[in-house]
Design a protein around this ligand. Structure first.
Ligand code: TYM
Length: 457
């Protein structure tokens, strides 16, 4: 008799979304296919006419939103200009799309200033592994470019969008999440982390003024088009995007550049400093709004550049993204080694065959195997990944073995994080969250701009 694989695709419970859709499909077999939906508050994969959840089609999002796919030529240029081998997430296409990354490379090449900007909506006290993806990547970019970084914690957004959370609670989550973010390893000299509720409107109110001026340029129709609001949306939600948008303006942070927050009000020269925003593709709608309007500010601001990531899939597999509100969809940065092992063994969707015998004969499908997907994020060695992939496809590596490797990697990643997190005191937190002048060096060997270009300025 064929031996059954310890954990296989058929033994997995389907995701909640898959279940409900499959059930609906049985009742109504002619149900229409549903397109994928990606926006900052809702990420849902497409379903086919039988109710099956499909994988995200990232190329389709890129086409729809008119972003550029990151190609080999851009990665080669990145390496040539920075001297750094592209991060494994770039090499493996997990950061897959961009807007104007090539222009940021020009800035770096010429030694002109720019900054990095990213953020987190603090709705839970611990982040999950998916949330750390843009932060790990941002830290790498900060090390490569040696530039200032601002990290926005949108405690205002989360209280406005989550009925069950108060402003006091999201402010506390912001403090806890800031400690998580510090544990990623950002350089204090170059990093400013802030809670919206504590920072905006204080320190001379530069960011607030930027938000007011920007709001005068953006109509309700534009915001509704970008975010799908309607007449019953609370007014806080409608105004909130202004903050996430103007966080991309250098003048929102006079302290960082050494401008005097009182006399040097929204310095014209500072306004010209662009930023690069690493984020999940779901956050792009905010920054389209900025790119359409930033040149219309009194002191025109260059369009922000972006670099977009795919979503680290939920444990249930294709079509889901890890979500803090579905505990078994995610590995949390506070999980114990045992919890990680249990979650992966009992919930990680498998691309293996139903029985060992069948698996040996037909091989598995790494492209839908969650353990393999996580390995591609956290294993540095390209060669090792190739061996796992080929071995799985050939049926030489079993689901249990793939999961074992994944558990080892994830336990190691989370353990390293927890050790660093334990050392982040309130005092350290305070130092990252103090508005202050940052110190950075940028490109140590900038190329002088061509004479013609220099004359233009
Ligand atoms: P939030 O807290 O929803 O998500 C924080 C960042 O994590 C990304 N992300 C993921 N990336 C990969 N895999 C996943 N499963 C996954 N889940 C979330 C998000 O795309 C995001 O980059 N409004 C924002 C906070 C914010 C912000 C920003 C984010 C303010 N300014 C600028 C990025 C850039 C929010 O609620 O993010």
């Amino acid at each position: 008799m064929a031996e059954k694989q310890p954990t296989t695709s058929t033994s997995e419970p389907p995701s909640v979304a898959a279940l409900s859709l499959a059930e609906t499909a049985t009742e109504d077999p002619k149900k229409a296919a549903v397109e994928q939906e990606i926006n900052p508050w809702d990420v849902n994969a497409a379903t086919d006419e039988n109710g099956n959840v499909l994988a995200f089609d990232y190329e389709a999002v890129s086409r729809k939103w008119n972003t550029k796919l990151i190609d080999d030529a851009l990665l080669e240029r990145f390496e040539r200009v920075t001297g750094a081998k592209p991060h494994r997430w770039l090499r493996r296409g997990l950061f897959f799309s961009h807007r104007d990354l090539d222009l940021i490379l020009n800035y770096y090449e010429q030694g002109r200033p720019f900054f990095l900007y990213t953020g987190r909506g603090p709705s839970s006290d611990s982040m999950h592994v998916g949330h750390t993806v843009p932060f790990e990547f941002t830290k790498w970019l900060q090390d490569v470019f040696d530039v200032p970084l601002v990290i926005m914690l949108t405690d205002d957004e989360k209280a406005l969008f989550k009925e069950n959370l108060t402003f006091e609670e999201t402010m506390q989550c912001a403090r806890d999440n800031a400690k998580d973010i510090i544990a990623i390893g950002f350089d204090l000299k170059k990093t400013f982390i802030y809670s919206d509720l504590k920072f905006i409107g204080y320190n001379g109110g530069h960011m607030m003024l930027n938000a007011w001026e920007f709001s005068k340029l953006v109509t309700f129709n534009q915001v509704r088009g970008a975010f799908g609001f309607d007449g019953s949306t609370n007014t806080g939600r409608i105004f909130f995007p202004m903050f996430q948008c103007v966080a991309a303006f250098a003048t929102s942070y006079p302290e960082i550049w050494g401008d005097d927050p009182n006399s040097d009000f929204r310095n014209k020269k500072t306004a010209q400093i662009p930023c690069l925003i690493p984020c999940g593709i779901d956050q792009d709608p905010y920054f389209r709004l900025v790119r359409e309007n930033s040149h219309r500010m009194k002191h025109p601001v260059p369009k922000p550049a972006l670099i977009h990531s795919k979503f680290l899939t939920s444990l249930q597999g294709a079509g889901g993204k890890m979500s803090a509100s579905i505990p078994n969809s995610a590995i949390f940065m506070s999980d114990t080694p045992k919890q990680i092992q249990k979650k992966i063994n009992s919930h990680a969707f498998s691309g293996g065959q139903e029985t060992v015998e069948l698996h040996r004969e037909k091989g598995g499908n790494p492209d839908i195997d969650v353990a393999y997907q996580y390995i591609t994020y956290f294993e540095e060695d390209d060669e090792k990944i190739k061996k796992l992939r080929d071995g799985y496809k050939a049926g030489e590596i079993l689901t249990g073995e793939m999961k074992k490797e994944c558990i080892r990697l994830m336990q190691e990643y989370v353990k390293g994080f927890q050790e660093r997190r334990a050392k982040v005191t309130d005092e350290i937190l305070k130092s990252y969250m103090a508005p202050r002048k940052l110190e950075w060096k940028g490109n140590p060997n900038p190329k002088k701009p061509e004479k013609k270009e220099a004359e233009k300025k």
